[in-house]
Design a protein around this ligand. Structure first.
Ligand code: ARG
Length: 588
């Protein structure tokens, strides 16, 4: 289906043309004075210069052409030359009927769908997820869903940090604690045990301990570097131990991402491209791109037009070790080979922006990607605590994701038990669903690049621009539909009718904006646009609900028309929250 604004524009263009003006003047937009009109067109203002004529005169001539229009029920020319427009009840009803019967509410699919790889999540093996990873997971998951819905093929890859120094640190610390483990016996040639010699909680404690030690003790650090080297060069026992770290950690990560409603198609990591590095380095050298600088191997990536200093991209350290850059570049190589994507999208904290600029330039320059391949970086801002500083635990440590979720659930449960009659068990299940919406909506409703304050009080409120408010609205609709069903009605069979009152029409016009908003969110990689849209939609629905008798309506046909509108509102809202990565409970 065409976007509603495009249909209105077509009608307006025709009117301009018939009045003797260039049709491109007929662009229609949403009204910025909703108290005066629903839509507006400022073409007469632009036409005034071109035709040396008073804009109001042009506008008036255009309105004459619209007097018989089926689309607009009113077109008014107002000083100095605006066209204030209202659409006819028949037009909006038939547009919504079309939405109701079309797949994806009539959203137009791209002629040529893109293949996109989204690199988000970015968890590090052996380290617990912390709040910094939350944003990447939430925003990435939503963008993946949005672009899939918009018709593209999207592959989500978690791109684990599973290689390099952190692994060496864990292995070194393990060796210190359990020196007798068979993995450290270099003369051993048999099979290694299937069971990991540690649990996830041990692992989560080992990494921070080892990391602190390496900062305080240079000798420990040297050993960790040695272990890293041994792991990367393939020492059997180290590889076997690393596999255990990976398995234990990934099992736990899958559980944690799962509880966030975040799913990846690929669970690849930095380690997966280890074998590709020598070949890549060789080609960068032979192509004349990489050169030595103070012992290290680098590729220059600065350009004449740069206004800031862009340092070279380091490919190998002076000891020949691979870096974060190296695995990222080799991953690009692998992704191009295996999937031939049109676009690669990365989502991390915006502090990695310069880093990705270097990586992208290096990938282009060295021919790892084709000139057409789009490389996109989405840098998000920091999630701050109520003091405006990056979120910390009470004792100043990095806040773990699990505890943030637990806190939110607890607060949600308190609010649910406070206001309603529900068994504790049911309240707990509901709190789990609503808390996820509170967290995700609280995050996604901000423009990704901005910092925001994690305000648990506000995020869990049932009022205002929050996740719980939206879920509450959906649940309210569901309960009306359930009652209608109890009265013997069939909500799904009900037909959209012309609006009966202004609040109903306002709701209908808002529903008609669906396609425009989804397209904008997908093209601009902006989930916050969907949040803003459904907040307005929920407000329009609640206004309509307070103004309109629905279940008490006596005229059966009229009642069915209202019910049909409720069904469409519910479906649009539920589709949108699914694109944001959360869902609504049955009751609340
Ligand atoms: N593991 C990294 C971190 O915790 C994020 C990885 C992001 N993706 C990438 N391809 N570099 O900072």
């Amino acid at each position: 289906m065409k976007k509603i604004l495009d249909l209105l524009t077509e009608e307006m263009e025709q009117a301009f043309e018939m009045a003797g003006y260039e049709k491109s003047l007929g662009r229609v937009a949403l009204s910025n004075r909703p108290d005066l009109c629903e839509y507006q067109c400022n073409g007469a203002m632009a036409g005034a210069k071109k035709y040396h004529k008073a804009p109001l005169l042009i506008a008036k001539e255009v309105t004459v052409q619209l007097s018989e229009s089926d689309v607009f029920c009113s077109a008014e020319a107002v000083a100095p030359g605006f066209l204030n427009l209202r659409v006819s009840d028949e037009f909006i009803a038939s547009y919504l009927k079309g939405m109701k019967t079309s797949p994806k509410f009539g959203l137009e699919m791209p002629e040529k769908p893109l293949k996109i790889i989204m690199d988000y999540g970015g968890a590090n093996v052996a380290k617990p997820l912390h709040v910094g990873h939350l944003r990447s997971a939430i925003i990435g998951e939503s963008l993946k869903r949005i672009r899939r819905y918009a018709g593209h093929e999207v592959i989500g890859d978690v791109h684990l940090g599973d290689w390099g120094m952190p692994m060496g640190l864990v292995i070194t610390e393990l060796r210190e604690r359990k020196p007798d483990l068979i993995y450290f016996d270099e003369t051993y040639t048999g099979e290694y045990p299937a069971e990991a010699p540690f649990t996830i909680s041990e692992l989560e404690e080992i990494y921070p301990a080892a990391s602190a030690k390496s900062k305080a003790d240079p000798e420990f650090k040297a050993r960790a570097m040695e272990s890293t080297y041994k792991l990367q060069s393939g020492v059997r026992g180290y590889r076997a131990l690393w596999k255990h770290i990976l398995t234990v950690s990934v099992t736990d990560l899958k559980k944690n991402y799962g509880s966030l409603n975040v799913e990846f198609d690929l669970w690849k990591g930095e380690s997966d491209v280890h074998e590709l590095i020598p070949e890549m380095v060789e080609s960068m050298k032979s192509g004349g791109y990489a050169h030595e600088s103070q012992g290290a191997l680098v590729v220059d990536v600065k350009e004449d037009t740069d206004t800031k200093e862009i340092p070279p991209c380091m490919i190998l350290k002076s000891d020949g070790a691979a870096l974060y850059n190296t695995t990222d570049l080799a991953t690009i190589l692998e992704r191009m080979r295996l999937y031939h994507p049109d676009e690669l999208v990365y989502m991390t904290d915006k502090r990695q922006e310069l880093y990705f600029e270097q990586v992208f330039r290096c990938a282009r320059k060295t021919g790892l990607v084709t000139p057409e391949t789009k490389l996109t970086f989405i840098g998000f801002g920091t999630m701050n605590g109520s003091d405006g500083k990056p979120f910390k635990t009470r004792d100043g440590g990095v806040k773990r994701l699990e505890s943030l979720i637990a806190d939110t659930r607890e607060e949600m449960l308190r609010k649910i038990l406070e206001g309603r009659e529900m068994s504790r068990e049911e309240a707990e299940q509901t709190a789990e669903i609503v808390a996820l919406a509170a967290i995700k909506y609280g995050d996604l409703s901000n423009m990704a690049s901005k910092d925001y304050v994690f305000d648990i009080e506000r995020f869990t409120s049932f009022e205002g621009d929050t996740g719980p408010y939206l879920l509450y609205t959906i649940v309210r609709i569901k309960s009306i539909l359930a009652k209608y069903r109890e009265q013997g009605g069939e909500p799904e069979a009900a037909q959209i009718r012309k609006p009966e009152n202004p609040s109903e029409k306002a709701l209908m016009l808002q529903l008609a904006q669906f396609q425009t908003q989804i397209a904008a969110a997908s093209e601009e990689l902006a989930p916050h646009k969907i949040c803003a849209y459904i907040y307005e939609l929920a407000n329009d629905f609640n206004h309509f609900y307070h103004e309109t008798r629905i279940l008490a309506e006596e005229d059966g046909e009229k009642k069915a028309g209202l019910i049909a509108l409720l069904v469409l509102t519910r479906d649009v809202l539920e589709t949108c929250i699914d694109l944001l990565g959360f869902s609504a409970p049955e009751k609340m």
